[in-house]
Design a protein around this ligand. Structure first.
Ligand code: S3P
Length: 422
């Protein structure tokens, strides 16, 4: 088990970063949606991290031809074929849940599984509703836990009002709808990240969104192939935004980030806390893309209880900014944090306590009293975002983070960029 001892940063920094890891959500979707297209899909800047490389491997197991020259990835599919092997999603909840939607109506039998952490995460949120429209999916705990077995079957149309604000659930249902017998309607309780809708529309699918409701028509023919440059991931960029926001006199320019409003809410919260943040839109292909400039200013406490699904991946890093802010910050309505790569309410609270920060745990969040982070030894709990958040906290004092291999699931060049702050 590997560990990292971060060292207190003794000077300020002013840097530009143009190699933040590519967006994980969009990369997964590039691999999966290529299976619905005819012709060759061209994907530049695909995220070469464990989670998304697992998705790429899975589509190859399902019959796609992938040509990779180390720069551009070209994907050609001739329909979904039954795989000989177990489809291993590794640590990725997005991977396994979206593949459930894609494979529910495919011809054949498929087994989806993953690592020890993924096998403990709830799959009912997709399997239950897919089963209700005719999917044949089973697994441990009555279909709630991986490994999941799927026997593709024909799917009925649905009009489903989801109680969970989850882009994974929405995307799984949209993928199922594309191959169901008639128009389907999906309503979410609040708007979640909409990469699936944007990308599928760009490929020619008929998805009509009105407020929180999307009507999806089944595909009459295969979709146009993708020709896409994946932007950098705002959730990964956010670690360096926090690094800047807690280091006096610092400035960082984060380049070519998706500025999709459902993805940059954490930057807006950091701005509310006092950091100076500018957004510079450069282009709009599938997604708005541009630079985010962050400048240090003293931070004050904030209360976060809305748009939680827009913040869900960044709350651990935000908790580090909260621990350096003046006053007591509060996070509420964030139950979903409990079913991420770790129970992020518990793991944030336990680790901040070890760093001598006053924290209170609630069922649906926590409060953090700004103070002085103290040296400590903390665990990642196998969760990449917990590992990176506490390594960033280590810029204020020396912190040792155990079990950091998980960082490779989303951000393999994290340490290289961390070095550049010195
Ligand atoms: C994702 C959706 C979110 C997010 C995850 C990626 C996606 O999960 O936390 O990292 O790509 O659809 P939920 O759908 O569970 O909110």
């Amino acid at each position: 088990m590997s560990f990292f001892k971060s060292q207190k940063l003794t000077s300020s920094f002013s840097i530009e970063i143009d190699s933040i890891a590519s967006d994980k959500s969009i990369s997964h979707r590039c691999a999966m949606f290529s299976m619905l297209s005819d012709g060759q899909n061209i994907v530049r800047n695909f995220l070469r991290a464990e989670d998304t490389m697992n998705s790429l491997k899975i589509i190859q197991d399902l019959g796609a031809v992938v040509e990779d020259d180390g720069d551009i990835i070209k994907i050609t599919s001739s329909g979904i074929k039954e795989s000989f092997d177990i489809l291993d999603c590794g640590n990725s909840g997005t991977g396994i849940r979206l593949f459930c939607g894609l494979l529910a109506s495919a011809n054949g039998h498929f087994i989806l599984s993953g690592d020890e952490y993924l096998k403990r995460r709830p799959m009912n949120r997709v399997t239950k509703h897919l089963r209700a429209i005719g999917a044949k999916i089973d697994g441990r705990d009555d279909g709630n836990l991986a490994p999941l077995s799927i026997r593709g079957s024909s799917l009925k149309a649905f009009d489903y009002v989801s109680p969970i604000a989850s882009a994974q659930v929405k995307s799984a249902m949209i993928l199922a709808a594309l191959r169901s017998e008639a128009d389907c309607i999906y309503t979410e309780p609040e708007l979640t990240r909409d990469h699936t809708e944007r990308m599928l529309r760009g490929m020619g699918a008929s998805l009509v969104t009105n407020g929180l409701t999307t009507t999806i028509s089944p595909l009459k023919k295969l979709l146009k192939p993708l020709d896409i440059t994946v932007p950098s991931d705002p959730s990964s960029a956010f670690f360096f935004a926090v690094a800047c926001a807690i280091t006096p006199n610092s400035k960082v320019t984060l380049k070519n980030i998706t500025l999709n409003p459902t993805r940059i809410e954490a930057f807006k919260i950091l701005e509310k806390m006092g950091a100076i943040i500018k957004y510079d839109l450069k282009e709009d292909v599938y997604e708005p893309i541009g630079n985010i400039v962050v400048e240090y200013a003293p931070l004050k406490a904030v209360e976060v209880s809305e748009n939680i699904s827009w913040l869900i991946d960044e709350l651990p890093a935000l908790s580090i900014a909260m621990s350096c802010a003046d006053g007591v910050s509060v996070v509420k309505n964030a139950h979903e944090l409990r079913v991420k790569e770790s129970d992020r309410i518990r793991t944030v609270v336990d680790n901040l306590k070890l760093c001598n920060i006053e924290v209170e745990e609630f069922d649906d969040g926590y409060s953090v009293k700004g103070g002085e982070l103290k040296s400590a030894k903390v665990k990642s709990f196998g969760d990449h975002r917990i590992a990176m958040s506490f390594i960033i906290a280590g810029l204020k004092c020396d912190i040792e983070v155990e079990d950091i291999d998980c960082i490779n699931t989303s951000f393999p060049n994290f340490f290289e960029l961390l070095e550049s702050l010195k």
